[in-house]
Design a protein around this ligand. Sequence first.
Ligand code: AMP
Length: 205
Amino acid sequence: MTADRQDQHPTARLLIVGPQGSGKGTQGVRVAEALGIPVVSTGDIFRANIKDGTDLGKKVTAILDAGDLVPDELTSEIVRDRLSQDDAATGFLLDGYPRNTAQVSHLDDFLSAQSAALDAVILLDVPREESMARLGLRAVEQGRSDDTEAAIAHRLDIYENETAPIISEYQERGIVDRIDGVGSLDEITARISAALGARGIGQLV
Ligand code: AMP
């Protein structure tokens, strides 16, 4: 982090956004580790529940496989529970939530009840062809059951129709950092760190 230690932001409540295949999962983990904050990835929470065969997992399996969105109320409840844990008190990095304007409102309500708000939104900018190529590679490497061609196309459509509009909402608040998501992993992490540093967001631990 390049932030002046004297001038550090006391909280780091972050959201990373980008189309599927933008590398947001990988970058989110790197940035959160550097800052000492937990990653809260709704996709990872759902996948872990599916793998463990929990009631929640059974409820959402077909939804994930189709590339559809899990109902807002259920997703928001899971996020509220996770963000209420002690390790997320002053900072967290959300990956995959909020994903539409209704979820933005849920998150706003939850945070404002604690006199808190998101500090920054990292928007990873990656051309559609590059995302598609990376997703094809991930399908081969990780064998995710929702990385079929049809589900990928459906998820990209949902991103463009439902998730992209939340960015303008956050832009109006002046908290969006648009980051060029093409380059080496280290280069992209350095770009994100520099943007957060410019906001005075540095290591919390
Ligand atoms: P991801 O790993 O973020 O691509 O999420 C994988 C899948 O989990 C999505 O395609 C949705 O089915 C579900 N999911 C993850 N986050 C959300 C969310 N915020 N709202 C609704 N569904 C979600």
